[in-house]
Design a protein around this ligand. Structure first.
Ligand SMILES: N[C@@H](CCC(=O)N[C@@H](CS)C(=O)NCC(=O)O)C(=O)O
Length: 445
C-alpha cells in the first residue's frame, strides 16, 4: 500500500488525496493507499528526515520510495500505474496535455495566494463573518490529535498565536501572514488578488454548466490541481465555503465530484445513472458529461480557454520576470552553480531572507489588476515551468504535435515564448531533491 501523509485542511493534500482516491477507485493504484494524519511527531521524526522538508503531503510508495511534493507524487504514481491516466498523451493529445499542466500550475502557484488570504483574513481579530473557531479546530486536530475537542481547539488557537502572531497579523505579520506579504499580497494588492480569483471562479462556473470535469467527462491533472485551492480553502473553510456554495453551486458540485467521496448528487466518474426499461429493468449509463471521456480529437473545451487565458494574462508575465531575476542572481558572484536555492512557496526560506526580502536580489516588481507591488522570486515555480517543458521533450512529441502546440500557444498573449525555457534561463536548470532545490547547468532544451 501507498502511505499518504497529509492533513485534511491542507491545500496540496486535497490535490493528492482526490487523485489517489480516483486511481484507487479505478483499480489503478496497486493495493491502494492509507491516508495518515501527519502529526508534528511524524513530521519531525519521519517526513523531515526522509525528504528534507516538513511540508505535507508526502507519500511513501510500497517499494519504500519517499516522495515529497504533490506534482512529483502524481508523476510517480502515473508512471508506476499507467492505467486510467490523468495526463493526456503527448502524441495524441498535445493540447489537452498542455492545458492540464497549465491549469495545475495556475492552481498550485497563483491561486494559492487568494486562497490562503481567504483562510487567514477571515481568521483575524474582529472580522465578521469569521471562521476563526473552525480554523482553530481544524489545525488543532493535527497539533493535538487524539486529545479531547476543547484541548484540540486550544492547541490550534495557541499555535496561531505562537507561529503566526495572529493578534498582530497586520502590524507585524509572521508565518502565513508574512508569507502572503512575501508573495505580493499586501494591503495594496489583496483585493486585486481576490478579483483575480473571482474571475477564475466565474469562468469555472460557466465551464461546469457544460462539462463535468475540466477536459470533458473524465478527470485529469487539471481537476486535481484545482482541488488544491478549491477543496481545503474555498470549499471547506467556512466563510469562502458559504460564498462558494451560494455563488458558485456548479463549482461546489464539481468539488464534491472530484473529491470522490461518493457524494451521490455530484455524479463522479464511474458512477452510473439509471433509468427504467419498458419492462421495468434498471438500465445504467455513465453518469458524467461528454460520454464520460475527455473531449474527442484533442479538443479544448471552449469554456476552458478563458482559464488558460488567465494563466497567460496574469501569471505568465510574473513568472517571466521572476525567471530573469533568478537567472541574474545565479549568474552573479553571490551564487555558485550547484548551490541550494530557496525552497517551497508559502514564505521566504530561512537562510535566504537577505535575498528574498526587502530589496534583495530575489525580489521583483509585479503587477496584479493594474496595481504594482513587489514579491519574492520562488525558484520552485521555475522548477514547475521546467517540469512542463520537460514533459514535451524528446520522444514524447513529434513535429506535428509541436506545430499544433505552437498554433495553440500563439492564441494567448505571450504564449509563443512558453517553451523557450532554455533561452529564458540561459541554460540554467533546477534540480529537485526531495523538498530541496539546487541550481545546475543543463544541456536539455
Ligand atoms: N509544492 C508543494 C507544497 C507543499 C506545501 O507547502 N504544503 C503545506 C500545506 S498545504 C505545508 O506543509 N505547510 C506547512 C509547512 O511547510 O511546514 C506541493 O505541491 O506539495
Amino acid at each position: 500500500m501507498y502511505r499518504l501523509f497529509s492533513w485534511e485542511h491542507s491545500y496540496f493534500s486535497g490535490k493528492v488525496r482526490s487523485y489517489l482516491r480516483f486511481k484507487a477507485s479505478q483499480g489503478a493504484l496497486g493495493d491502494g493507499y492509507e491516508d495518515i494524519l501527519a502529526t508534528p511527531e511524524l513530521i519531525a521524526g519521519l517526513l523531515t528526515p526522509k525528504s528534507g522538508s516538513g511540508a505535507v503531503p508526502q507519500v511513501e510508495a510500497p517499494d519504500g520510495t519517499w516522495i515529497q511534493d504533490s506534482s512529483d507524487i502524481i508523476d510517480f504514481c502515473e508512471s508506476a500505474h499507467p492505467e486510467m491516466p490523468v495526463v493526456p498523451d503527448a502524441r495524441t493529445s498535445p493540447r489537452q496535455r498542455l492545458a492540464a499542466y497549465l491549469i495545475e500550475f495556475l492552481a498550485d502557484e497563483w491561486l494559492v495566494v487568494p486562497a490562503f488570504w481567504q483562510r487567514w483574513f477571515f481568521s483575524e481579530d474582529g472580522r465578521a463573518p469569521s471562521h476563526r473557531a473552525f480554523n482553530e479546530q481544524q489545525w488543532g486536530a493535527v497539533m493535538a490529535a487524539g486529545l479531547p475537542g476543547d484541548a484540540r481547539r486550544n492547541a490550534g488557537a495557541g499555535f496561531f498565536e505562537v507561529a503566526f502572531g495572529i493578534s498582530t497579523s497586520r502590524s507585524d505579520p509572521k508565518g502565513v501572514y508574512a508569507g502572503l506579504v512575501h508573495l505580493g499580497c499586501s494591503e495594496d494588492t489583496e483585493f486585486a488578488w481576490q478579483a483575480s480569483q473571482h474571475r477564475i471562479l466565474c469562468n469555472l462556473e460557466t465551464h461546469f454548466a457544460r462539462h463535468d470535469y475540466l477536459l470533458g467527462g473524465r478527470p485529469s491533472l487539471a481537476d486535481y490541481g484545482l482541488m488544491g485551492p478549491l477543496y481545503a480553502h474555498l470549499y471547506r473553510d467556512a466563510v469562502p465555503g458559504f460564498y462558494l456554495r451560494t455563488h458558485f453551486p456548479l463549482t461546489t458540485e464539481w468539488v464534491e465530484r472530484t473529491n470522490g467521496e461518493g457524494a451521490l448528487n455530484a455524479r463522479a466518474y464511474g458512477q452510473k445513472l439509471y433509468s427504467l426499461s419498458d419492462s421495468g429493468e434498471l438500465i445504467g449509463r455513465g453518469a458524467t458529461s461528454d460520454e464520460s471521456q475527455w473531449l474527442p480529437d484533442d479538443t479544448i473545451p471552449e469554456t476552458l480557454m478563458p482559464i488558460i487565458g488567465a494563466f497567460f494574462d496574469e501569471m505568465w508575465p510574473v513568472l517571466k520576470s521572476a525567471s530573469e531575476r533568478l537567472r541574474t542572481f545565479v549568474e552573479s558572484d553571490a551564487h555558485t552553480i550547484g548551490e541550494e536555492l530557496p525552497g517551497k512557496t508559502f514564505t521566504a526560506t530561512p537562510g535566504f531572507f537577505a535575498q528574498q526580502l526587502d530589496d534583495g536580489p530575489l525580489t521583483h516588481r509585479f503587477e496584479i489588476g493594474g496595481v504594482e507591488s513587489k514579491r519574492m522570486v520562488v525558484p520552485y515555480q521555475i522548477w514547475m515551468w521546467q517540469r512542463i517543458c520537460d514533459a514535451f521533450q524528446g520522444e514524447a512529441i513529434d513535429s506535428d504535435g509541436k506545430q499544433i502546440l505552437a498554433q495553440f500557444l500563439g492564441t494567448f498573449d505571450g504564449g509563443s515564448d512558453f517553451f523557450d525555457f532554455r533561452g529564458s534561463l540561459g541554460g540554467l536548470r533546477i534540480r529537485k531533491e526531495g523538498g530541496r532545490l539546487f541550481s545546475e547547468q543543463g544541456t536539455q532544451t
